[in-house]
Design a protein around this ligand. Sequence first.
Ligand code: GUN
Length: 282
Amino acid sequence: MTAKILDGKAMAAAIKASLKDKITKQGIKPGLAVILVGEDPASKIYVGGKEKDALEVGYLSEMFRLPGDAAQEDVLKLVKELNLRKDINGILVQLPLPKHLNEELITNSIEPVKDVDGFTYNSAGRLFTGSKGLVACTPKGCIEMIRATGVDMKGKNAVVIGRSNIVGKPMAILLLAEHATVTICHSRTKDLPSITRQADILVAAIGKTRFVKAGMVKEGAIVVDVGMNRDENGKLCGDVDFDEVKEKASFITPVPGGVGLMTRAMLMSNTYEAYLMQQEAK
Ligand code: GUN
């Protein structure tokens, strides 16, 4: 079997076009504030992409660049101001923060209704309990891509490799909410291939270049690759050996052009949702 490619670029473009259409028709301008502390090169690129998307959709987009030695109080003060601003509906603090800052404290200082990253304890708890809230962008994007296959997730064996708070764990909860039977694997899992080979849906979020080989994949599986790695030649590649696995899967997401772009699109969709939630609360 040769897999159909789940085209993140096309899906993200359609989501952004639909959001642009909705806000134009409604005559509204949701606002997204992004805070970047320091000069981390990867973070600068990510933040640039988020700003570009927000402007493309037609949102108010505000970037706050703080120096790498910014004091914790200054970052907290900025978040507090943004929490109070009526024209800002979503707040994102780009991670990782410089070592001297308390990431947990700063992330959790964002008002839950403006937590477009879904990283606060409030948002995570809502996801865990099935209560309405903002969901972390990467796992939300992955679920959208799986949905786009048209395959019903109910009763399927879903295997997530990776247990991070921002991808693996929320991914497992979202698959569970779709009534899949979910297994979470990680670095201490014994005989990983025997588990992944049972997956109808396989999500790889481990950060290891081309780790998932064809021999680890069930014939006809849906394979979602969250990895964003550089190989020995500096080429961007995922956690899945795409060339091998595409011959076995029914659907596969490429890297680049897959989950990454959907993550950004979900940030735009969360900003719109946040706007609506704030309108409802008035
Ligand atoms: N750093 C890497 N990915 C992300 C993300 O999705 N959100 C934030 N805030 N920081 C990140």
